[in-house]
Design a protein around this ligand. Structure first.
Ligand code: ATP
Length: 134
């Protein structure tokens, strides 16, 4: 069976590098499934989980936005941050979720709501990836 090479890179360094059977990612215009031999494309990524299927098993990586570049034999994801599910600190993500929710509920004018919403999205995404959900 044909495979496609997937590289996930962040400003802190490489996070994932493997040959896989299929990858599912959340782009700004919707979820895409990529099989080996996919036509070339570049798309911005949402804060979301990337699902990597290999030998009948699935692995999840939490990605906090960036770009996906697809070529027939290689997929590269350049992400602001990315964590393989097994390396996610669940307690830290739950704390971040709580902090963001408290900020969003506060009535203080000094709160940057956009920033708090993005922090909440990142935290929920990490919790989902840890739990094996997209
Ligand atoms: P926090 O408030 O917990 O720092 P954050 O969303 O502000 O969360 P980021 O700025 O997105 O964090 O990431 C900073 C660094 O910390 C990145 O290298 C990221 O991979 C890592 N990171 C953030 N949260 C977690 C987590 N729950 N588990 C593992 N690594 C994490």
């Amino acid at each position: 069976m044909k495979t496609v090479s997937v590289n996930i890179v962040t400003p802190d360094g490489p996070v994932y590098d493997s040959e896989i059977d299929m990858i599912i990612a959340k782009t700004a215009s919707g979820e895409i499934g990529i099989l080996p031999g996919h036509i070339p494309m570049v798309a911005p990524l949402e804060i979301g989980s990337v699902k990597l299927k290999k030998d009948g098993k699935s692995e999840f990586v939490a990605v906090s936005g960036g770009f996906i570049e697809v070529r027939p034999e290689k997929v590269t994801i350049l992400a602001q941050s990315a964590e393989i599910a097994s390396s996610i600190d669940l307690a830290r993500a739950q704390e971040a979720k709580k902090r963001a929710e408290e900020l969003l509920q506060s009535k203080q004018e000094s709160v940057d709501f956009n920033r708090a919403e993005l922090a909440l999205k990142r935290a929920l995404n990490r919790i989902n990836a840890y739990e094996g959900r997209l």
